[in-house]
Ligand binder design. Structure first.
Ligand SMILES: [Zn+2]
Ligand SMILES: [Zn+2]
Ligand SMILES: [Zn+2]
Length: 483
């Protein structure tokens, strides 16, 4: 490849731009450090864990004695630099805010883990309940190139056949994991884009029907009327959605059997892990959602893909094997920080077909988004809100979903963390007189300037380092608290 004058000019301009930006950051650092409120701002950003996109609020909270009306505590952002207070953005995506994403992954880990090992209001006896780790996939919507770990060829074929569009039906290449070809269709004209996005749009309902079918299968095996199964047991679950390279979600789910009141009581003796395993397999094979006939699409029926993994979850640590409760919790937590952006899509909602055209995504992702946009205006599909969910390729579910009695909630974990911090700072809630809280808050801005972003990133790095040091010390000296 030859370097043209245009390339050289572009590269020089790029370097000049970087130098200019560097000095912008330096100028901003000098400004920031000279602000009288700098130490207080620094303390705020430390409190957010070095959040990359903090939300700024202005307002006040006043705690008043209910009987006497005496003001017990008063906080107003008037005293803060710029009259505002920074709070975490709480974005779960690693690509948006690494510190908040780490916190969210940690919460997910505890949420999933407590449902497996007990803790956070779940009794430890839950470890004796039947528990499965299940991976459900989307069906094929057309052949795609695949990355292989062991140097295996993509889709070898001897006959050299071609599809009706004249493209080869096979591929003799070896694709590494980072090969951009992996996940791309062999023929975009053969690939069933409408079915792909419509499957996503129905995946939530397919899951609901699957859990109902599991309960039905359990009732039938036990000879209990289906309407009475709730008197005997409860099916609890937590599941995460993960985008594969081909842009299709698959689900990793922890499925657990409880007594009728949830994790506090065991399920009946007959409700074994083996029976649950058989019920899951039967339900996944039979569950389907059909979409009424639409011109141009016909009548579509959505089912799970043929690839299904079901493993009993054993007690123990990662070294004991892949499917232990500890390993499963860590595995699930890892996926909540990922999104379609990590699979080559985009994390931002799409507002127009121009947005789709301008995104730096693969032709396959663009075709999926374009299909989502196009189908979004079809009468009869309005309820799927496909245009609002172009960026998730039609999938409307949360990344993590769980049944009500699986374990604790994100909200409870956050409240516990705030209370713990308040206690450490000597600000624990009063248990004495009845109090009334009066507060008013409004959004006043978000994000960092160049220098602020640098400092926040430094704070986040220091916090990681500190945590690692504490963990090492805890491991060496067996200190009780390594959190
Ligand atoms: Zn953040
Ligand atoms: Zn290939
Ligand atoms: Zn074709």
């Amino acid at each position: 490849m030859q370097l043209t004058t245009a390339d050289a000019r572009r590269s020089a301009l790029h370097r000049a731009e970087r130098l200019r930006r560097l000095s912008d950051t330096e100028r901003d650092l000098i400004r920031l450090a000279n602000e009288p409120g700098f130490p207080r701002w620094l303390a705020q950003i430390k409190a957010t864990g070095g959040c990359a996109h903090p939300i700024y609020l202005a307002g006040h909270t006043t705690l008043v004695h209910a009987g006497t009306g005496q003001v017990l505590r008063h906080y107003d952002t008037d005293i803060e630099p710029g009259g505002r207070l920074a709070i975490r953005c709480r974005n779960r995506r690693d690509s948006r805010c690494a510190p908040c994403s780490r916190l969210h992954s940690g919460d997910t880990f505890h949420l999933v883990r407590s449902g497996l090992l007990g803790g956070k209001s779940v009794p430890v006896t839950v470890t004796a309940h039947p528990r499965l780790f299940v991976t459900l996939t989307a069906p094929s919507f057309g052949a795609v190139h695949r990355a292989t770990a062991d140097g295996e060829r993509c889709r070898p074929r001897r006959d050299g056949g071609t599809c009706e569009h004249g493209r080869p039906l096979g591929c003799g290449h070896v694709h590494a994991a980072d090969d951009p070809a992996a996940g791309q269709p062999l023929c975009v004209d053969c690939y069933d884009y409408p079915s792909h996005v419509l499957w996503h749009a129905h995946a939530g309902e397919l899951w609901n029907r699957t859990t109902r079918a599991i309960r039905r299968h359990l009732a039938t095996s036990a000879g209990i009327p289906q309407s009475k199964i709730g008197d005997h047991l409860r099916l609890s679950f937590a599941k995460v959605a993960e985008y594969q390279r081909r842009g299709a979600v698959h689900f990793h789910a922890v499925i657990r059997l409880d007594g009728p009141d949830g994790p506090t009581a065991p399920p009946p003796d007959w409700a074994s892990a083996e029976l649950l395993d058989a019920a899951v397999r039967a339900a996944v094979a039979s569950a389907e959602v059909s979409m009424p006939y639409l011109a141009g699409l016909g009548e579509l029926v959505f089912r799970w893909g043929g690839q299904l993994d079901v493993h009993p979850i054993r007690r123990g640590f990662a070294d004991d094997g892949p499917v232990t409760d500890q390993a499963v919790a860590a595995y699930v937590a890892k996926y909540v920080s990922k999104s379609v952006g990590d699979a080559g899509g985009t994390d931002c909602p799409v507002r127009s077909p121009d947005d789709i055209a301008l995104l730096s995504v693969s032709a396959h992702m663009r075709a999926l988004m374009g299909t989502c946009w196009r189908l979004g205006r079809l009468p009869g599909l309005e309820h799927l809100r496909l245009r609002a969910w172009v960026h998730t390729l039609g999938y409307r579910g949360h990344v993590l979903t769980k049944s009500r009695r699986y374990s604790t909630t994100y909200e409870k974990l956050r409240t516990a963390r705030t209370a713990h911090r308040a206690e450490r700072c000597g600000l624990a809630a009063d248990t004495g007189p009845a109090t009334v809280t009066d507060s008013s808050w409004r959004y006043v801005g978000s994000g960092h300037t160049l220098a602020e972003a640098e400092i926040a990133a430094g704070i986040a790095e220091n916090l990681i380092l500190l945590r690692e040091i504490r963990q090492e010390l805890a491991a060496e000296h067996r200190w009780p608290d390594a959190a």
